[in-house]
Design a binder for this molecule. Structure first.
Ligand SMILES: Nc1ncnc2c1ncn2[C@@H]1O[C@H](COP(=O)(O)OP(=O)(O)OP(=O)(O)O)[C@@H](O)[C@H]1O
Ligand SMILES: [Mg+2]
Length: 501
């Protein structure tokens, strides 16, 4: 399990690296020390063979005394037991030596290193070891030439300084041993420090991984990361942490939105089915009655029934039209056909349409004198729908003998429109909901009028497509005012005047 964690992998890698570095260092140090020791030892004994040749009478009367060689060698070795002496002929074959008989395995020694040695080549030079096949040793050598023309070599193997293997060198060199212990100690310290630091770094990653797992386990609903923004460092892990934070917030928000949209959608389907079924059912009822009582109803009742059925069919038509309109506005691919138009004229035309209706209920419809107010810039067809919805609502909710006013002014470089009524108002707690689809403050009463609660949702959507928004102020039993602002376009005269300036 430990090796499956990032910390475990880093720890193993670090350990492996330090062991590799340490071993390489020790081997290299030992190799160079061995080389150095061999060199100095051979250097010291460079003239040893030549001195022995000079000192001891290996040549008697100009002739090399082979029979006496072994006795002479033994006396050499008494003086210096760390050397082995061999007498070689010109082919390198051993003619005499100072060792127990079985000890010498190699009867012939390569002459090439001896020639190099005699020629003064750089040391160390390794020669064959007659006692060990394949082993190389440092040596000293000197030629022996008799007057009879026979030539030999005195071959001295420097056995005393045993630097054959690295372990020998390690055993012998105190400085090297101390150096190695220091290196091992430093590497061990580096390992501990590295493990501690890796632990520090990976702890943040582990924490992030745990937070992410918890987030997944909570079905992407709860982000438990508690790192304050100020404490997040700007290294890669810090960036990862803050990206995860953003991501988690976004996911939570979007899931929330999805849930809300889903629940809205379900509500909407329920509302639509209800609002379609009610007028359809009563329309069917009246038409069936007419059919059943064909000719038996008096013409006045018959007409009443027909009118009711027609009203329901209008209501159905309006509902379907509004639903289509909302779907079209929501689809996102609607293109606004923006033009330059007078909002005052548009409001005036719409008011004419509702004039009769208002008069019947004793309501006064008024529009302020908006001469000089700049033209609006927008989709005239859609803005007409906005004004119709607002004026129709105002008239519907206005008290008898009340007033509905449309006030158009110029504000902050735009055309500001207010539709105010002296009606029953909307309770403050309902204000935030009246723009929701199918939301009606008094559902029962509104249903009777054939309205479905889509008007303000359409108004809000159209204005948001124009980059604007709708505001509402209302006081219960005093009245309600809806307002919005549209972008302004200067009238032609104003435009030419401003360019002249
Ligand atoms: N001027 C107003 N005065 C009082 N209440 C209002 C006013 N305008 C809107 N409302 C309230 O807001 C609700 C939503 O209005 P909206 O225009 O969206 O729907 P509706 O008029 O009921 O139906 P539709 O517009 O689809 O025919 C209304 O049912 C009403 O309760
Ligand atoms: Mg309405």
């Amino acid at each position: 399990m430990f090796f499956h964690t990032l910390y475990g992998k880093l720890a193993i890698t670090l350990l492996g690296l330090l062991v590799a570095v340490g071993t390489t260092y020790i081997l290299l140090a030992a190799y160079f020390t061995q080389d150095h020791l061999r060199k100095t030892s051979q250097e010291l004994n460079r003239t040893l063979a030549a001195n022995l040749v000079k000192e001891r009478e290996l040549i008697q009367d100009g002739v090399i005394n082979i029979d006496a060689v072994e006795t002479v060698f033994e006396s050499f070795m008494v003086i210096n037991p760390s050397i082995e002496l061999y007498l070689l002929d010109r082919n390198g074959v051993i003619q005499g030596y100072s060792a127990p008989k079985d000890a010498v395995i190699n009867r012939q020694v390569a002459l090439e290193p001896i020639h190099l040695f005699l020629d003064g080549a750089p040391l160390p030079i390794l020669g064959d070891d007659p006692r060990n096949l394949g082993r190389k040793k440092i040596f000293s050598a000197a030629p022996l030439i008799g007057e009879d023309g026979n030539s030999y070599y005195l071959y001295v193997v420097l056995r005393g300084e045993n630097y054959d293997s690295i372990s020998d060198v390690l055993g012998d060199s105190y400085i090297l041993r101390v150096g190695i212990w220091v290196t091992v100690g430093s590497l061990f310290f580096a390992l501990i420090a590295g493990l501690f630091l890796f632990g520090q770094y990976t702890r943040r990653l582990t924490r992030l991984a745990t937070t992410m797992t918890q987030f997944r386990n909570s079905d992407f609903a709860q982000n438990n990361s508690h790192i304050p923004i100020s404490a997040q460092s700007d290294d890669e892990i810090g960036r990862l942490e803050s990206s995860f934070d953003d991501l988690a917030k976004r996911v939570i928000m979007q899931l929330q939105e999805l849930r809300e949209t889903d629940s809205h959608r379900r509500d909407m389907v329920a509302n639509i089915s209800h609002d379609l079924r009610t007028p359809l059912a009563s329309m069917q009822g009246y038409l069936e009655t007419l059919l059943l009582k064909d000719g038996k109803l008096d013409p006045e009742k018959q007409r009443d029934y027909l009118e009711i059925a027609l009203r329901h069919s209008h209501r159905l038509g309006k509902l379907i039209k509004d639903l289509f309109e909302l779907a079209r506005l929501d689809s996102g691919d609607i293109e606004l056909e923006k033009t330059n138009f007078s909002l005052h004229e548009l409001a005036y035309d719409i008011m004419q349409k509702y004039q009769l209706d208002a008069e019947q209920r004793g309501i006064t419809l008024r529009c302020n004198d908006a001469q000089g107010v700049c033209n609006a810039f927008g989709d005239i067809g859609l803005i007409e729908r906005v004004l119709e919805n607002l004026i129709e609502n105002a008239i519907r909710h206005c008290n008898e003998n009340g007033t509905v006013q449309v006030i158009i002014t110029e504000k902050d470089g735009g055309v500001h429109v207010r539709v105010a009524d002296t009606g029953k108002g909307i309770p403050a707690e309902e204000l935030s909901r009246i723009f929701n689809r199918f939301y009606q403050v008094d559902k029962h009463r509104s249903n009777k009028n054939g309205s479905a609660g889509l008007g303000l949702a359409i108004v809000k959507r159209i204005l948001s497509l124009h980059g604007s928004s709708v505001e509402v102020h209302s006081e219960v039993d005093k009245g309600t005012e809806f307002s919005f602002t549209l972008g302004c376009v200067l009238t032609q005269t104003e435009a030419s005047e401003s360019t002249l300036k």
